[in-house]
Design a protein around this ligand. Structure first.
Ligand SMILES: CC(C)(COP(=O)(O)OP(=O)(O)OC[C@H]1O[C@@H](n2cnc3c(N)ncnc32)[C@H](O)[C@@H]1OP(=O)(O)O)[C@@H](O)C(=O)NCCC(=O)NCCS
Length: 147
């Protein structure tokens, strides 16, 4: 029920979960349309209910040469706490590792989701910061050996 999808198939779920009340164009993220970006969706009755995107992006705070950034991890409220977030995250990790075992995965985590990511071995680094019009975030990552 997880499948690779197009960027445009992520937008509605992103909007409802991550940018409620904001225009759809705020749900288009940099890197969405790059060839090596991976968009995953979990479908129920042919509708995406959970999405996640993995974009090849380096963060200068890490030395690892090959890095991906997780973006737009979102599960519709009606489908949260059913392990869909876990399934998308683990599928993404599996796909990245098969692409290259030396990939570091990092992302800007909402503070409210830090405990979720810690369950899967991710570590926070640096101070929390505000993403304007969104909420407080902190950088989290997992090194290649732990992915
Ligand atoms: C955070 C989110 C992606 C998690 O996905 P989910 O499908 O609801 O979570 P899962 O059912 O896969 O949860 C797996 C485990 O993490 C825990 N968990 C889920 N969300 C959590 C949170 N926000 N804080 C702490 N623990 C959390 C679950 O209780 C579960 O624990 P268990 O294994 O001990 O039972 C989802 O709730 C969501 O989209 N939230 C709103 C948007 C958001 O914060 N996105 C992340 C942006 S960085």
């Amino acid at each position: 029920m997880i499948r690779k999808i197009l960027a445009e198939e992520t937008y509605k779920v992103r909007q409802e979960v991550l940018r409620p009340g904001r225009p759809l164009k705020e749900c288009f993220f940099e890197g969405d349309l790059e060839e090596d970006s991976i968009h995953l969706g979990y479908f129920v009755e042919e509708q995406p209910v959970a999405v996640a995107t993995f974009v090849a992006r380096k963060n200068a705070i890490f030395e690892t040469p090959i890095q991906y950034q997780l973006r737009g991890m979102a599960v519709l409220p009606s489908h949260q706490d059913k392990k869909l977030g876990e399934k998308l995250l683990l599928k993404g990790e599996e796909l990245l590792k098969s692409k290259n075992p030396d990939i570091l995965l990092w992302f800007n985590a909402r503070e409210t989701a830090v405990a979720f990511y810690k369950k899967y071995g991710y570590t926070t680094t640096g101070p929390a910061f505000m993403i304007p019009n969104v909420c407080m975030h902190v950088v989290m990552y997992k090194t290649p050996t732990k992915l």
